[in-house]
Design a protein around this ligand. Structure first.
Ligand SMILES: *[C@@H]1O[C@H](CO)[C@@H](O)[C@H](O)[C@H]1NC(C)=O
Ligand SMILES: *[C@@H]1O[C@H](CO)[C@@H](O)[C@H](O)[C@H]1NC(C)=O
Ligand SMILES: *[C@@H]1O[C@H](CO)[C@@H](O)[C@H](O)[C@H]1NC(C)=O
Length: 459
């Protein structure tokens, strides 16, 4: 035993010390640590590479100073804010703002990355810009965070400064004057000419904004807030008081009414959703019937379901998180044809409802039952200590099982404790033995070995 230990010490010096010294000068073979280091730095460099490959177009935030002030627009002045609410025709203001945001939703594109609508890979009626705005337009944020009414008043002030306003759009004029194409051709053409001139001016100058990029940031921020207020159910947004079925585009190929069923003002919040929110159920510019949506492959419910069950619905209640909205995490639901399943927008498929967690089961703990979740349904099983009585069809308490369980529990506890003691005892014995063997008695031997080692090292 003693001799073995001496040998082991010599080994440890000769075998481990010497390679350790040489290892300092010669390159190390790859070790786990170095491989990890390599992979870490590798992924680091690829990330850097990704960053470099990002589009080189400056972001809105880089182009714009955070503290810019729109020259034409006064700051919130108390005079303007104290206008009694009764003088504010909320419905008209809402229609004006919605008109301006529809022009954005249906015709604008992500100005940060693209130079034309044709280049853009994703349209604003499909989803909010991706990636989302890094910073919201400061002024919109200031007013719209204050309150819904404050927000409306501010938006109204800005929208009035744009070139093409809702009341000057050919569609609005034709509707209000009740003109017909047969009897009022001349007047319609004149109105259309004016409308298109104003539209061009907006496209060129983008007043009252500093340019198209700021207008993009402004309108995107407004759509975030107005979509959010729609989800929250601001009562003013429930109906607009007139159809909103146009793309805010003068008289275009869709006519005076584009007859999009999603723009039906008789349905609560339909116009607000149509104007302010991208449509995740039906990411299409124009549809004639709802079934056009359901039978489209863009419908998130298309792949999972049979033709008759592809209805996609948006529950406003499930979409009240402002940050989630900005990030396009809009929750929609699909039908699930199997019973006991429900749509999960997180996973994009039908998942089993856990009746036990949701508490929709009728198992009675009091009667000795436990709930067991099963695919599509649930079952009631007898709790530990109970057995099923097939005659009464109930779980009944069983004293024998209880007793057996109690004994079993005691035994296992005792057995565990015993083996633990044995283990501890063994460990203690082992360590005592080794210390005694190596350091207690053989100190002179160790010294000899050390001397030999240094001698070898010096040579
Ligand atoms: C055109 O005008 C005539 C006479 O003023 C009227 O009878 C007719 O109904 C109008 N047509 C339309 C489509 O409004
Ligand atoms: C959608 O649902 C998820 C999970 O419940 C939630 O975290 C998220 O905030 C919801 N989205 C919105 C826009 O509220
Ligand atoms: C529990 O509900 C199921 C249906 O879900 C029903 O068949 C059963 O009779 C109910 N049991 C009790 C005890 O109410």
């Amino acid at each position: 035993m003693k001799f073995k230990c001496k040998l082991c010490l010599i080994y440890s010096f000769l075998i481990f010390r010497i390679p350790l010294i040489t290892s300092v000068t010669t390159p190390l073979p790859p070790t786990i640590e170095s491989t990890i280091e390599f992979t870490v730095t590798d992924s680091g460099t690829t990330e850097e590479g990704d960053k470099v490959e990002m589009p080189r177009v400056p972001l809105t935030e880089q182009v714009m100073d955070h503290n810019i002030r729109m020259s034409d627009v006064p700051d919130v002045d108390p005079e303007a804010t104290n206008v009694p609410d009764s003088s504010l025709d909320r419905n008209r203001v809402l229609r004006d703002v919605a008109y301006f945001i529809r022009a954005h939703k249906f015709h604008d594109y992500d100005r940060r990355y693209y130079k034309s609508a044709e280049e853009a890979t994703c349209r604003l009626y499909e989803e909010f810009p991706k990636p989302g705005l890094r910073s919201l337009h400061w002024e919109v944020r200031k007013h719209c965070e204050a309150s819904f009414i404050e927000c409306l008043k501010y938006l109204e002030r800005i929208v009035r400064l744009t070139a093409l306003r809702r009341e000057d759009d050919t569609v609005t004029i034709v509707r209000e004057q009740k003109w017909s194409t047969a009897n009022n051709t001349e007047q319609i053409l004149a109105a259309q000419r004016d409308c298109q001139i104003a539209q061009r001016r907006d496209n060129l100058v983008a007043a009252p904004f500093q340019g198209p990029i700021e207008r993009f940031q402004w309108r995107t921020t407004v759509s975030y807030y107005m979509c959010w207020y729609t989800m929250l159910g601001a009562p003013e947004l429930a109906t607009f008081g007139e159809p909103c079925d146009n793309h805010a585009n003068c008289l275009d190929e869709y006519g005076v009414h584009n007859k999009d069923p999603r723009a039906d003002d008789t349905k609560p919040y339909a116009c607000a959703l149509y104007s302010f929110c991208p449509d995740h159920c039906c990411p299409m510019k124009h549809i004639r019937y709802m079934k056009d949506c359901y039978q489209s492959q863009n419908n998130p419910c298309y792949a999972e379901n049979q033709p008759a069950h592809r209805k996609c619905t948006l529950n406003r209640d499930e979409n009240r998180d402002f940050q989630a909205l900005r990030a396009n995490q809009i929750n929609v639901s699909c039908e699930c044809h199997r019973r006991g399943y429900e749509w999960s927008s997180r996973f994009g498929l039908c998942v089993d409802v856990n009746e036990c967690v949701r508490g929709t089961h009728n198992c009675s703990r009091h009667n000795g039952e436990n709930c067991l979740n099963l695919p599509g349904h649930y079952g009631c099983i007898c709790r530990l200590g109970y057995v099923y009585n097939s005659e009464t069809r109930q779980c009944v308490h069983s004293p024998e099982i209880d007793r057996a369980l109690r004994i079993c529990a005691k035994e296992t506890k005792a057995a565990k404790a015993k083996s633990l003691f044995a283990e501890i005892a063994k460990t203690i014995t082992r360590s005592a033995e080794s210390r005694y063997a190596c350091y207690g008695v053989n100190l002179p031997l160790i010294l000899i070995v050390l001397t030999v080692h240094f001698y070898v090292f010096l040579i």
